[in-house]
Design a protein around this ligand. Structure first.
Ligand code: SF4
Length: 272
């Protein structure tokens, strides 16, 4: 993508959402750190539901240690990998108290030394809590960077490095949020909504989807991925079956007995 197109891409994303925020709910650096740790391979919605119950009870390293691992597990049991995450959060709290006075460090190496904190989590915390212009690449950003041609690469690390290199300085601080939100709500994984995309003319993805391609709302209680396809398949099967049945009935001579049965049924039927 040409440099001037990159600038225009970010200009447009910024115009739609001048002050982007994470979808995770938090009110201080510690809450943010724990929410990001819990969000690995889980949705922000599921994390928010759990932390909405946990944080009023315990939102400091000391309070989480006082709560203990078993009770912490109970608060976060609706989140994927909760058992491992509970263990990590307890160890993380111990380390924060022992080495950082209970505060979240503003330092990549110190963050990455905490249990359950990898380079992506560290980048998010540095960016959101301390205003460090880093870009943590998750599945949404990886997809948007590749589809648009903004930073096409094969691995998340390479996309992150390229994005940090090519993103104009003025947009670097918020680029992470703009790209993640764009991927989550517009450039969706299965069906990108190109017809309402604000960067459509700058994006090299083909073919662009039209409004008619939109996935219908999933049926309640069915798996999201297959609900509409399953319904369409069943409808097609039913039509084929009906056609086959009709053709068979029309070609098959009716036995005298069957004809009599139908006739007698008709006779027995009370008239309206
Ligand atoms: S035009 Fe389509 S593929 Fe390109 S960024 Fe927008 S939604 Fe994604």
């Amino acid at each position: 993508m040409k440099p001037e197109h990159r600038v225009e891409l970010y200009r447009r994303l910024a115009a739609v959402n001048p002050n982007p925020r994470s979808d995770l709910e938090y009110s201080n650096h510690f809450e943010l750190l724990i929410a990001v740790v819990l969000s690995a391979q889980a949705t922000d919605v599921s994390v928010n539901k759990a932390t909405a119950r946990l944080y009023p009870v315990a939102n400091t390293p000391q309070a989480i240690l006082a709560l203990g691992e078993a009770k912490l597990r109970d608060y976060i049991k609706t989140i994927g990998l909760y058992q491992t995450k509970a263990k990590n959060v307890i160890k993380l709290c111990e380390l924060l108290i022992a080495q950082h006075g209970g505060e979240v460090p503003n330092d990549r190496a110190a963050l990455e030394a905490l249990p359950g904190v990898g380079s992506k989590t560290a980048s998010v915390v540095l960016n959101v809590a301390f205003g460090v212009p880093t870009i943590a690449v998750d599945t949404h950003i990886f997809r948007v960077a590749n589809r648009t041609g903004l930073a096409p690469e094969k691995t998340a690390d390479k996309v992150a490095a390229k994005l940090e290199k090519v993103t104009p300085k003025d947009y670097l601080l918020n680029a992470h949020h703009w790209l993640i939100l764009h991927g989550r709500y517009v450039c969706k994984a299965r069906s990108p909504e190109c017809w309402r995309c604000q960067i459509v003319e700058l994006c090299r993805y083909k073919p662009k989807s039209r409004a008619a391609d939109a996935e219908p709302e999933p049926l309640k209680g069915k798996p999201v991925a297959n609900a509409s396809r399953t319904a369409a398949k069943s409808a097609r099967k039913a039509v084929k079956k009906a056609v086959r049945k009709g053709a068979k009935a029309a070609s098959k001579p009716r036995s005298p007995r069957a004809a009599t049965t139908v006739a007698s049924k008709r006779e027995r039927k009370p008239s309206a």
